[in-house]
Write a protein that binds this ligand. Sequence first.
Ligand SMILES: Cc1cc2nc3c(=O)[nH]c(=O)nc-3n(C[C@H](O)[C@H](O)[C@H](O)COP(=O)(O)OP(=O)(O)OC[C@H]3O[C@@H](n4cnc5c(N)ncnc54)[C@H](O)[C@@H]3O)c2cc1C
Length: 318
Amino acid sequence: MKKIAIAGCGLAGLATALHLLKQGNAAVTLFDPHGIGGGASGVSTGLLHPFPGRLALRSWQADEGMASTIKLIDEVEAFTGRTAAHRGGILRLAITEQQKKDFPQCVEFGCQWWPVEKVLEQVPEATAAPALWMPQGMTVYSKPYLEGLWQLCQHKGAEFRKEAFHSSESFDLVVLAMGFQTPHSSDIALKTTRGQALLCRWKKPLPLTLLSQGHLTPSEDPLHCQLGSTYEDPQTPLDTQKAFDLKGKIAAFYPPAKEFDVLETRVGYRIARQHGYRPIVSQIDMKTWVFFGLGSRGLLYHSLLGESLARGLLDQLD
Ligand SMILES: Cc1cc2nc3c(=O)[nH]c(=O)nc-3n(C[C@H](O)[C@H](O)[C@H](O)COP(=O)(O)OP(=O)(O)OC[C@H]3O[C@@H](n4cnc5c(N)ncnc54)[C@H](O)[C@@H]3O)c2cc1C
C-alpha cells in the first residue's frame, strides 16, 4: 500500500486525509505537534457562508465549497452523534451606505433583504439597520467538527503522530498543510494576520449568527458565544486588550454584548494571498504538495480543495 504523510491537523490537513481515505487505498499518517486543531482551525469562530468580505461579494466556487463542507459536517454528525454546526442562518447587518447598496444584490442567490422592522422583529436588541438574511449560512463548531473529522480518519485507518513532520523519506507522497508555517517560495505575495476572538457567556442565546463589523456566533455550549475577530500585524506584540475591545465592537450593533462575561481569549494566525483569496494547492517537488493560504475562508474551501487534492494525489500514485 502506498504511504502518504500529511503535516498539519487543521482543516486543510484533516479534509485532505479524509478525502484520501474515502477515495483510495493509501496508508495515511498525520503529523501535528499541537494535536488536532492546534492551529488557526481550532480558534475559528465558525462562519460559513458564500458572501465573506466587507462588500459581501459572492466567493469563487461558493456553491461548490458550501456543498462540499456541508457534506463533511453531515458525515461528522452522523458518525459522532454530536452537533458540529449551528444551522440557524446568518444575519448580516448593513451599516455603511455602500453595504446598503451592495448587500441587496445577494438576493438573487437565495438570500433575503430585510428592512429594519423585520430585523428588529427577529432580533429586538439589535441596532436598527437593514440586513442581509443568509438562510444557508451557518456557524461550524470548531472543536466537535475537527475532532469528528479526525475520528472519521481514524475509523478509516489513518494514524496520528503528535510530533512535527521532519522527513519524507519513508513516504511516497507528502502534503504540507501547516497553515502559516507551510514552507513557500517568494513567487506568491502572502500576508499573515494574527486573529483574536473571545469566548463569552451570554445572558440570552440568539437563534442565529449575527454579522456586521465583527461577528457574534453561537458555540456548541448554548450558554456560550464567540466574538470575532481581530486582524492584526503579527509583528506587533500580542495585546489581549485588542480581543477585549471586540466587546465594544459587537455592542455597537448588539448592545447586550456589553454585559457578556469573558471566559477565554483565543489567538491564531491566518495566511492568505496578498491579492485575492484563492487558497494555494501546488506541487513543490516530485513527492511534495502544499495546501495552505485559506485566509478567512478555511471553512468554505477546506473540503472542496482537499477533495480535489486527494484525487490528484491518488492519480499520481496510479
Ligand atoms: C480568530 C480567528 C477566527 C477565524 N474565523 C473564521 C471563520 O469564522 N470562518 C472561516 O472560514 N475561517 C475562519 N478563520 C480562518 C481559519 O481558521 C483558517 O482559514 C483555517 O483554520 C486554516 O486551516 P489550515 O489547516 O490551513 O491551518 P491551521 O489550522 O493553522 O493548521 C496548520 C497546522 O499545522 C501544524 N504544523 C505546523 N508546523 C508543523 C510541522 N512541522 N509538522 C506538522 N504539523 C505542523 C500546526 O500545529 C497547525 O495545527 C479564523 C481564523 C482566526 C485566527
